[in-house]
Design a protein around this ligand. Sequence first.
Ligand SMILES: Cc1cc2nc3c(=O)[nH]c(=O)nc-3n(C[C@H](O)[C@H](O)[C@H](O)COP(=O)(O)O)c2cc1C
Length: 353
Amino acid sequence: MLASNQPPTRKEEHVRLCTEEDVRYRSKTTGLERYDFDYVALPEIDFQEVTPQTTFLGHTLRLPLIVSCMTGGYNGATAINAALARLCQRWQLAMGLGSMRSLLESHQQLESFRIARDQAPTIPIIANIGASQLTRDVRAEDLESLINLVGADALAIHLNPLQELLQPEGTPYFRGVLAAIEQLASVLPVPIIVKEVGAGISGRVAELLLRAGVRYVDVAGAGGTSWAGVELKRSTTDPSTNPLAELWDCGIPTADCIIEVAALRSSYDFILIASGGIASGFDAAKAIALGADLVGVARPLLQVYQDGGEEALERYIANWELQLRAAMFVSGAQTVSDLRRVRLRPRSPNHNR
Ligand SMILES: Cc1cc2nc3c(=O)[nH]c(=O)nc-3n(C[C@H](O)[C@H](O)[C@H](O)COP(=O)(O)O)c2cc1C
């Protein structure tokens, strides 16, 4: 634990706010609730044959699920990353690490990131850095050495202009980011995944990234965790007088991002990750049917772990798997590739009646 006279780090505050306060979007949803599966009364498969496994970064995953990038860089993060990594190892899921910005200055907290590879020797692990860091003298060699130090299979770069804008100590420096990503994509020995943090990547932005050589896009859309909300809560300005308070709900719903970005498949070959408010295996199934290859989940997993520890995480993922397999069965999909071809029906506006 931190010595009591040290102020909490930024990351520590983020983790606390994400688990102790309501930081979800307030007036916006993922949009996934607008769809229903096309129920297939003649699926011609046995439930036990439904296998949601997939491949990602050269590994076979038992579920099409990434534990999205969250933490690292302070003492308490070691236990969280260890628990998440053990979960991923048991289930063969992919795992993202939190921003490694602090490691560019000092390796004091390296263990809080490295623990993931120690606990999960055979899963894909994703290193992480903020896009605004790329415009501030970060060299490809430095990033490569961090990737090696934590044993990562890919580097996620997060685009978070909204968060940086609202963050009290933020760095809203985004001039030159696309060129920096293009350059990194051509020199790094591992793939780059470009993600948002919950405000969404549109089709237009995704196309710029794909043209720059990126082959993995994680839309991280709106409807789940609001990072504007987290930073507005951290701000010392009274919310009732903060002129930017309305930005809490800024962002593109996850379902809209998936549809826009998936439309680029006819012109580009890439992996589409859907995240941002994926709350269940049913949401995951809909996201894949809308066009994603796999999905990512962040805050719900952290919350489950903080409330109930590793046993609760295990139960959560077991239920998640059951929901995904059930959705696949009732829509006639035996595999994840079949699920990608499943049709969704727009729900009628009065479905709640
Ligand atoms: C506590 C916490 C810390 C996060 N830190 C990072 C980070 O360091 N880098 C990053 O790319 N995304 C970070 N995220 C964003 C998530 O990866 C994800 O994109 C976002 O929370 C939306 O997903 P969700 O609705 O499932 O939470 C963090 C999320 C949480 C909950």
